[in-house]
Design a protein around this ligand. Structure first.
Ligand code: ZN
Length: 630
């Protein structure tokens, strides 16, 4: 399945297209009909419907977010009309409609409920509208390769007079940032350009000659100058990374790019597209004019923007063969998400360092947090990142209370595999070659040629560039579950890696302990919700709580007869010695239960790095080659 032309379309469409170029494209029209009720009304006119009865469907998932979401559930009603007469449109499965035969243009009109404030779907209220094409534009079967026109209309009413439109869709008669007509070459392009409408803040900059826009929705007080200055440097670095032919002006693969930013009270996420990204962030993540330095939260935002921008190459153009084309009706399986997400995650912060947005110390602290996060999940010992990629649809994207014990994060562990690969190639070639060369080769041979990357291809190219056999490396790092050999690899680059026990529940690592060595802290081996109730979110495999019979979902009400809350449980437990047995009262459902828990020592899983004081010149040189700075 996919967007292939049917034999019928191939036979008939060519002469037909030439004669009726102007009106042979599929025409969509979208209007925020009732913002208060979160309803978009959409119409889709098909000039030459399938005479046997046109089939239409809405995607079951959106590329970049590997979970079946069944967007058709938000279609409230759908009507079909041909030659001014209503015709039958009957559902044949959860996402598909079969229309009755029609001679002449067919128009489908339908309403979509849009109240999902995420980067993956559609959202509409009195303040703004946002949609991904996968949520609102029906796929016209057999016409997926037809050109498409979209008319985007504002809501009716004076209060919407200041609304504008931000999207990377090509404009037809629409003015810049205006409502009006837009176009796409085919359905795949149509659904890869999310659209924001509202009274957003606009900022623009140029990166290697390509105009970039930033549209920020939501109340905020961002320092737009700092934001665009930082984004420009990050974008230009990435454009040059992929196109570094000497003497040539580096070329970006798109002629316009848009950052669509939704600033909310508390949120974090992004979704990549070929010429734009939709980001959701906390308004505190945006830089303020009063900030003297880049805050940690702003650095997190820049990391997110850098991540999604890197996807412009890695996954939007350098794609797994399994995604060419996407089959939007069902799961698309690949074992390579570790590379498309992991390598992207490796570069997101690395680019911030190489462009001077963060210091070496800050970079190593971020890296230490990633190592710590990976080490804290015993799922890494059961599922390889290749397996995690394959099962993303049912595991990584659908995590339950047992996820830390059973699922490997192919972003975090994938980024460490990318780091290990980079350092392995650099070591084998005396820093002459690196993962940068692997990415450029993938771009030159696959991404820029529109060729999908088959399973195992990234491994072959890496070995070719390293000039050594890397099959053992990949068998362990990607297809196996043992921990990566980061310690010896990093030592060659003058970075010493250490592990220690966490000092408190919130300690995610990153900074070496300043405390003198103390005896290890006693822990229950659980993750507990904060707040007034000590509800167990996760119970870790092999931990004290699991051994005693406690379960995720249990609410701990007392330890040794004293009331506890989500806020003080860890501290209360830390007051005991390792090996002590405590009496724990919990509610499971509405039943009071009692357990004797023998406390364990906090595991030694918190990573930190140090650059040695008296290091050799060779290590400094190697580190400079890797990080771009000393
Ligand atoms: Zn990503």
């Amino acid at each position: 399945m996919g967007y292939t032309l049917s034999a019928y379309a191939i036979m008939l469409s060519l002469p037909c297209r030439i004669n009726h170029m102007a009106n042979s494209s599929i025409q969509y029209r979208i209007v925020p009909r009732q913002p208060g009720a979160h309803l978009f009304e959409i119409s889709c006119t098909i000039p030459h419907p399938d005479p046997a009865g046109q089939i239409v469907s809405l995607p079951a998932w959106i590329p970049g977010s590997y979970m079946i979401r069944e967007f058709a559930r938000n279609i409230v009603w759908l009507k079909a009309n041909a030659n001014g007469q209503p015709i039958k449109a009957e559902k044949t499965d959860k996402t598909t409609w079969q229309c009755a035969p029609a001679d002449g243009p067919l128009t489908l009109t339908y309403e979509v409920y849009a109240w999902d404030l995420s980067v993956r779907a559609a959202h509409l209220d009195d303040t703004h509208g946002f949609f991904n094409g996968t949520s609102v534009f029906l796929r016209v079967h057999g016409h997926e390769m037809d050109a498409v026109e979209v008319e985007i209309l504002p809501p009716e009413g004076e209060r919407y007079r200041t609304w504008q439109v931000a999207t990377a869709l090509s404009r037809l008669d629409a003015k810049p940032f205006g409502f009006g007509r837009y176009r796409a070459d085919n359905y795949d392009e149509l659904i890869d350009h999310p659209v924001e409408m509202g009274a957003f803040t606009l900022a623009s900059f140029d990166a290697c000659g390509v105009p970039h826009d930033v549209a920020i929705t939501g109340r905020h007080n961002a320092d737009l100058k700092r934001l665009t200055d930082d984004l420009k440097v990050i974008c230009e670095y990435q454009i040059r990374l992929f196109d570094n032919e000497a003497g040539e002006t580096p070329r970006a693969p798109m002629d316009h790019y848009v950052f669509l930013v939704m600033a909310v009270d508390d949120g974090y996420g992004g979704l990549e597209h070929r010429a734009s990204t939709a980001l959701i962030c906390s308004r505190d993540d945006l830089p303020k004019a009063t900030d003297k330095e880049r805050s940690d939260k702003y650095r997190t935002f820049l990391g997110l923007a850098s991540h999604e921008y890197f996807h412009t190459w890695n996954v939007k153009r350098i794609k797994p063969a399994a995604f060419m084309p996407y089959d939007l009706t069902r799961e698309n399986y690949t074992r390579q998400l570790w590379a498309f997400e992991g390598i992207t995650s490796y570069y997101d912060d690395l680019v911030l360092l190489r462009t001077g947005r963060i210091s070496v110390e800050q970079y190593l602290a971020l890296l230490a947090e990633t190592v710590t996060r990976v080490l804290r999940g015993s799922g890494r010992l059961k599922q390889s990142i290749a397996e995690s990629s394959f099962d993303a649809w049912i595991k990584y994207y659908r995590q339950d209370e047992n996820a830390p014990n059973s699922v490997t994060n192919y972003y975090a562990k994938g980024s460490l595999a990318a780091l290990a690969l980079d350092l392995t190639i650099r070591t084998a070639t005396n820093n002459g070659q690196s993962l940068d060369d692997v990415m450029r080769t993938l771009w030159q041979r696959y991404g820029s040629q529109g060729i999908g990357v088959s399973e195992g291809e990234i491994e072959k190219i890496s070995a070719e560039i390293a000039g050594v056999d890397l099959s053992d490396f990949f068998n362990r790092a990607v297809y196996g579950t043992e921990d990566l050999p980061l310690q010896p690899l990093l030592a060659e680059f003058g970075v010493n890696m250490f592990l220690r026990a966490a000092e408190n529940a919130a300690d995610s690592g990153g900074k070496p302990s300043t405390k003198a060595e103390t005896s290890p802290r006693a822990v229950l081996g659980v993750k507990v919700s904060g707040g007034s109730e000590a509800k167990l979110q996760n119970v870790y495999d092999g931990g004290a709580a699991q051994a005693a019979g406690l379960s995720a979902g249990d609410i701990i009400v007392a330890v040794d007869g004293l009331k506890v809350s989500g806020g003080n449980l860890d501290g209360r437990i830390a007051g005991y010695s390792v090996g002590a047995t405590v009496n724990v009262h919990t509610f499971r459902r509405d039943e009071l239960m009692q357990f004797n828990v023998t406390l364990q020592a906090a595991p030694t899983d918190t990573c930190y790095f140090k650059i040695p004081d008296n290091e050799e010149g060779q290590q400094i040189e190697r580190r400079k080659g890797w990080l771009g700075v000393v």
